[in-house]
Write a protein that binds this ligand. Structure first.
Ligand SMILES: [Zn+2]
Length: 406
């Protein structure tokens, strides 16, 4: 800060003062604060504790302190005296420029100051580039970490989550229902080929329309989803999507991603034991997780391919989403939250329907599909019977929706 202390009288161009301080054994604690003034022959310090003077001839100018922020003045003839200021404006005083030996020192000091700034800018730049780079490379890094996790761990993890989840509401056990469900899932699994995951499908009594997959291969289907679906192809569409979440390892990728940079660094330091710990303690979290839109898209695309490989009409995937959207229209109040948990974990449904419809357009028009060796209406009725719901030959006229069977 420049203090215009001497604007009156014959001050002249050098008559400026700078806030600063001085070291001298005569001061209390050896130090004092005050003002510096550069005259034509000497640099003067004036403070409450006293006054000091350093001749300009032979003056030594250096930088010091944190980040070289302080300018120090010393003189070899006065080894106990040091005056200083943080105000670098002092270096611009013309008397320094007029004395070649001082001008040289000022030039050196200012060069150092610049290079210090340059070093800090470089360090900052490197840090910034690292952070930006890490974020840009984040998904590849997440995938790299995930690749190091053996599928067996995922299976164990899914097992832990499944046990904890089904302790309150165990899956329905019924040989006949299992057989019918197998008629639906068998062709799908054949379609996806070799996988390290032992897929198991379970029906759980739950009156929300939902299905989800745990890492490692457990797929849980809510009874209401089967009862609300209009065809086996619709259920297959949902299951293919869930299977894709497993094969694309979305749960583990999610855990790795949400565990953050710490995790990634830990991994690159070579310690993966932590990873297992984090995963295991997150087993419950797996039940409530939501996938990103990217993962949902990937599951849609991969599931779609699985359906085609299994010779199942993939349009069931679309009509099921449309059924959900319809439910939404028909149930404007509380029932919506009840019945639409699949939508809440699978958001942006209209966007997804639009994407899938594009895919459907690309299919050959005359393509025939094998379908399933399953009477879907009978399957639904078996389930209703098991749930002790009223077994009906046709759907009851509760909703205005039409179209009850495949
Ligand atoms: Zn999904």
């Amino acid at each position: 800060m420049i203090q215009e202390a001497n604007s009156s009288a014959s001050g002249g161009p050098q008559a400026q003062t700078y806030e600063g301080g001085a070291f001298h054994p005569a001061f209390p604690n050896g130090r004092a604060t005050g003002m510096l003034m550069v005259g034509s022959l000497a640099i003067n310090f004036t403070g409450k504790a006293g006054e000091l003077e350093l001749p300009l001839a032979g003056l030594e100018i250096t930088l010091g302190g944190a980040s070289d922020r302080i300018v120090f003045f010393k003189h070899p003839s006065l080894p106990e005296t040091t005056v200083h200021t943080a105000d670098h404006e002092i270096l611009k005083v013309s008397v320094f420029a007029e004395r070649p030996e001082l001008a040289a020192q000022v030039a050196r000091v200012r060069g150092k100051k610049r290079s210090t700034v340059a070093v800090w800018m470089t360090v900052l730049g490197v840090i910034l580039a690292l952070v930006v780079g890490l974020f840009a490379a984040r998904d590849p890094m997440v995938n790299a970490v995930t690749r190091q996790i053996p599928p067996e761990w995922e299976v164990q993890l899914g097992e832990a989550a499944f046990t904890s989840m089904t302790s309150g509401n165990p899956p329905i056990e019924d040989a006949s229902l299992d057989r019918q469900l197998e008629a639906l899932t068998g062709p799908l699994l054949k379609g996806i080929g070799e996988q390290p995951y032992p897929f198991q499908f379970h029906i759980v009594e739950d009156n929300t329309i939902n299905a989800f997959a745990l890492p490692g291969g457990h797929v849980v289907i809510h009874s209401e989803l089967i009862l609300k679906a209009k065809s086996a192809e619709e259920v297959a569409g949902v299951l293919a999507h869930e299977i894709a979440h497993v094969t694309k390892r979305h749960s583990v990728r999610n855990v790795v991603k949400s565990s953050g940079m710490y995790f990634l660094f830990q991994f690159f330091l070579g310690d993966v034991s932590d990873l297992v710990g984090v995963l295991t303690s997150n087993a419950r979290y797996l039940l409530n997780q939501k996938f990103s839109r990217d993962y949902e898209r990937e599951a849609d695309d991969t599931g779609w391919d699985y359906l085609i490989k299994a010779d199942v009409n993939p349009r069931g995937m679309i009509t099921f989403f449309e059924t959900l959207a319809h439910e939404h229209d028909d149930n404007p109040v509380a029932a919506v939250q009840e019945s639409l948990s699949f939508m809440s974990t699978h958001p942006a449904t209209s966007e997804r329907i639009a994407r899938l419809e594009e895919k459907a357009k690309a299919l050959p028009k005359d393509r025939q599909y094998q379908g399933f060796d399953l009477n879907f209406a009978e399957f639904q009725n078996s389930l209703r019977a098991k749930l002790k719901k009223e077994v009906v030959p046709e759907k009851p006229a509760v909703k205005s929706n039409s179209g009850t069977k495949q």
